[in-house]
Design a protein around this ligand. Sequence first.
Ligand SMILES: [Fe+2]
Length: 384
Amino acid sequence: MWTFNVTGKIKAGRGAAGEVGVETAALGRRAALVVGRHLIKAGEAARLQSILGVAGVEAVVIPGPPAEPTLDDIAEALAKARNARTEVIVGVGGGSVLDTAKAVAGLYGVPGVPGEVVADMLYGRRPEPGSRQVLPWVALPTTAGTGSETTHVVVVTDPGHGLKQSMRSSRWFARVVIIDPELYASAPPQVTAWSGMDALTQAIEAHTALYATPVTKALSAQAASLISRHLIRSYRAGDDLEAREAMAVGSCLAGIALANSRLGLVHGIAHPVGVRYKIAHGLACAILLPHVMRFNLSVAGAGYAELAQVIGIAEAGPLVAHRLIEMVEEMNRQMQIPAKLAAVGLREADFPDLIAQTMPSGSTKANPRAVGRDDVAEILAANL
Ligand SMILES: [Fe+2]
């Protein structure tokens, strides 16, 4: 048996951000606008605040986290939203900002001090929040990457324990997702490359994950196709709105797929690697993806072959699955992404810790090929 959960509504197209007023007003009159810091500087937060104002929504601005959110970042944003007696949350930014907005909405009404509420949820020390404890939230993504806008997952770093892990609730899907390619145009090439490779990793991992279903596979195949055909274009010309829109929709579809199928070993290893070497999630995924695909090939080859054909890079034949791996390596090369984690500081002395943190991950458990400690060690060794 399987279930398919999905966000309430998606509105996509140029100028769609203008819809934020009417969509938010339907959910509440007092909003907290959790916004990426560069968007505040660029005047985008003020523009959205005035669109909300015209629709009769009073909005306070809460700056998003400076990097991938920590426990403290989320607790601080939650405290600010509670002080403003908010009825609806609007998240505008990349995956880190959207994850923060989602966590604030998702834990808003859970009784307790913000820091404890967030830590208890992250470490599974309390039950899933009840429907009355969760606020509705609206997502306006500005990078094509995590797909946070269409998932119910929040990834949190706990620097005190050197851990990065996810928390989730089936009540945490955004009520409305607004995709406006114009909001993506300012993402610099490196952010575009790294977050775009996260999106591609998610599409490929979702497609071959243990819990993939016919519905998620339809979405992940289309996501992989849109992303692999438009990422290099968006990287080379940020103002190519046609490519930006295809990437935006692709990462959004990958998000819907992974929320239901889960992911795989790239994500299992990427979280501990990201924390240890302080590198962006998308960069860790990009480097690891071809290595893990080679490991999975014996089990996931048919899934890779299917994707290669949907993307249009290969006809049916014995080597078609290999073509997908080569395509990923070529995309990395074109965007100056290194082939091995050694380039970001991987050391053999760290292997025991990295392996210990990879094994219990939900993503590792959803990988199509069963993973042992020795397998992780081999993949890491190939990265030296
Ligand atoms: Fe990811």
